[in-house]
Design a binder for this molecule. Structure first.
Ligand code: FES
Length: 158
């Protein structure tokens, strides 16, 4: 099962996570979390290797990965953009901010820009409704975002 995606380094990483979490079917979710944290995503080859190591059918692992929204099978960007689409943000222009961000990143919501610089996601409320519309990039919070500011904000991230 040697592929470009499942490198020896990835195998070693997965083995270390499994050693830590336990090589048994009940550890699946924790193992998936640990592997995604280290490798960044869970492509099919990685899922198959995990299934093999935990003694599970590959289809079970695939179902779990597709069921939980926090697992991803595509590589994530270097920076995570989250645009709030909670009610306050939505009615104050959050939708247009999201559209502008997605356009600049050339990807859909939940996707990653072709240059792997950004991943774009939505959140339902960041708890700063009075400052709507709000978006975050990694740990940075941007308030009262205007669509015209989006290119300048994104340019701060390499
Ligand atoms: S709705 Fe966006 S911060 Fe609350």
């Amino acid at each position: 099962m040697a592929t470009d995606i499942l490198t020896d380094e990835h195998r070693a990483t997965i083995d270390a996570v499994i050693e830590d979490k336990g090589a048994e079917p009940a550890s699946l979710i924790e193992v998936l979390h640990g592997v995604q944290e280290r490798i960044g995503y869970l492509p099919q080859e990685v899922q198959e290797y995990i299934a093999d190591r935990l003694g599970l059918p590959a289809g079970v692992v695939e179902s779990v990965v597709s069921f939980y929204h926090f697992f991803t099978t595509v590589p994530r960007g270097r920076h995570q953009i989250k645009v709030c689409q909670g009610t306050a943000c939505y009615v104050r222009g959050g939708k247009r901010v999201l559209e502008t961000v997605a356009k600049h990143c050339q990807c859909a919501v939940g996707g990653t820009s072709p240059d792997r610089r950004f991943s774009v996601d939505v959140v339902r409320c960041l708890g700063a409704c009075g400052l709507a519309p709000v978006m975050t990039i990694d740990g940075d919070v941007y308030e009262r975002v205007k669509t015209t500011r989006v290119p300048e904000i994104l340019s701060r991230y390499e």
